[in-house]
Design a protein around this ligand. Structure first.
Ligand code: SAM
Length: 495
């Protein structure tokens, strides 16, 4: 029997079934232990320090007690603290990205995904470099600066060389004032050497969802193909970090297994990365299973309702205060709206989940043939940006951390020192200004100007505040006679 050891490099030891079961038992026994719950809430609450905020986080056992608690008043406290943490470390900024599907060829047998190899009805498609260029131009014309590339797993039709070439193509496209400045990658588990090559290609975060931490269920849900190897998949983030990728993203596909089991496994995975590499996951995604080509979510027994989903997200926020939480367009506008107040820090907007879903389609047209799953929030990026601002958030297109070396533990220490308001806030306002001038509708631009003018006063450091003001003025008044950067394009400033 495997013994629990967060420092072990073996999947079954750092995600240990016995430990998860013991955690769930402990959580069930203590879910009405209000003395313990109050102490945990107090532990999780952010504390002001001389130079910022600090937050203790919670262990998987502690956070599981909060997740098990059904008391309305305590659950509301969890929500309140999740919001406090979000504001202490991320302010009211929400980072925006879009997925870009490169290929849906897949040799795996994942029973919840329409790309599974046995699906003979879905058309298979892999973008050429020319098609990628067109997709990138369409994404730039919407205003995107940050992408997450997605592929099925197929060593023959979609080898790593293709992914590397595609990343190169994506970074090389500069249409009008547009750029893609950060490419995050969501591709199948691979070798240390391949992760090294991805790092060299300049990727941001390597994202890989565990789907389920329950080994037996994992094996049943992935009956065939390389992904059926539970240990190889679960140990992938370790290999990515060994390959030099500082920022890795975790996630569970909620709906496949019992959520309490997944929650404990997810936090144990985060604790493992912290124990071995000294830095936890950069992001955690919380996707829920969706209807797709030959997939019916009702065929799966473990779907969760919106309230449970909100509680899971808030409890993740309390447990890992420095980790970004991502929510995709799998969720509706109203679910996304609620979760934004419970600790979510990144959302996608204007997304298409089909291979070649952007170029040549207007914002209300969407191809369904190669789609990975139904998109619930189908609004345009402009609508999403407008909605965020109306609800008191600052949409951010910032991608500076990666270029300025603020990855891994350096990002975490920045977060902990409270210096984020002297870099992330100005960067958010400058990149939002780019969006407003280059891509926004008149209504969104007018609202955005008010927000930027207000928020700029909240940058604590006087010098940085001045730099941000100058840059916002420069962007707003930019024309063909304005000074240009060395590349002949509009100058960019990042702090
Ligand atoms: N092929 C990569 C791998 O092996 O992990 C991942 C890329 S896949 C395009 C991205 C994610 O989509 C998967 O990890 C899975 O969690 C999610 N996904 C698959 N089918 C889904 C469905 N029916 N509804 C919602 N999400 C789904």
């Amino acid at each position: 029997m495997a013994i629990y050891d967060p420092k072990s490099r073996k999947a079954e030891e750092f995600i240990n079934d016995e430990e998860i079961k013991a955690t769930l038992k402990y959580a069930e026994e203590n879910k009405n232990n209000f003395e313990l719950i109050d102490a945990l809430l107090e532990k999780a609450r952010p504390k002001k320090t001389s130079d910022g905020w600090s937050c203790a986080g919670l262990t998987h056992r502690e956070a599981s007690v909060l997740l098990a608690c059904d008391d309305k008043e305590k659950v509301n406290k969890i929500y309140e603290i999740a919001e406090e943490i979000k504001h202490a470390f991320y302010g009211n900024r929400i980072v925006i990205f879009a997925p870009l599907y490169l290929s849906n060829y897949c040799v795996n047998g994942c029973v919840y995904c329409p790309y599974h190899a046995k699906n003979k009805t879905i058309p298979r498609k892999k973008l050429t470099q020319e098609e990628i260029r067109n997709e990138v131009i369409a994404l730039q014309d919407m205003g995107h600066k940050r992408l997450a590339i997605e592929t099925g797993e197929d060593p023959v039709n979609c080898p790593l060389e293709y992914v590397l070439e595609s990343i190169n193509t994506i970074y090389s496209v500069h249409h009008k004032n547009g750029d893609i400045r950060r490419v995050n990658v969501n591709i199948a588990a691979t070798t240390v050497e391949n992760y090294r090559r991805l790092k060299e290609a300049g990727i941001g975060t390597y994202i890989l969802f565990q789907e389920t931490y329950h080994k037996e269920s994992y094996e049943a849900l992935h009956p065939t193909g390389p992904k059926s190897n539970y240990a190889y998949h679960t140990e992938a983030h370790d290999r990515a970090m060994e390959g030099g990728i500082d920022d890795v993203g975790l996630g569970v596909l909620f709906g496949l297994e019992l959520y309490k089991y997944e929650f404990a496994g997810l936090l144990m995975h985060a604790e493992h990365l912290e124990a071995v590499f000294g830095v936890g996951p950069h992001t955690i995604s919380v996707p829920r299973l969706k209807r797709a080509d030959d997939i019916n979510p009702d065929d799966f027994d473990n779907g969760i309702d919106d309230d449970t989903f909100a509680k899971i997200t808030a409890c993740i926020r309390l447990a890992v205060p420095y980790t970004g939480i991502i929510i995709s367009t799998r969720e509706t506008e109203s679910v996304r709206g609620k979760l934004l107040n419970l600790g979510v820090s990144q959302i996608s907007g204007g997304s298409r989940t089909s291979v070649g879903g952007y170029a040549g389609y207007s914002s209300d047209e969407r191809p369904h043939d190669t789609e990975q799953f139904d998109v619930s929030d189908q609004r345009s990026l402009d609508d999403v940006v407008h909605w965020l601002m109306q609800n008191g958030h600052i949409p951010s297109f910032c991608t500076a951390c990666y270029r300025l070396g603020r990855t891994g533990d350096r990002f975490m220490s920045l977060c902990k020192s409270g210096q984020i308001s002297n870099c992330c806030l100005p960067n958010a306002l400058m990149t939002l200004s780019e969006f407003l001038e280059d891509y926004a509708s008149e209504e969104t631009r007018a609202l955005g100007h008010k927000i930027v003018d207000n928020e700029i006063n909240n940058i604590p450091n006087e010098k940085v505040r001045g730099i941000a003001r100058d840059q916002v003025d420069y962007i707003r008044n930019y024309n063909e006679n304005s000074p240009k950067g060395e590349d002949g394009r509009r100058k960019r400033v990042e702090v």
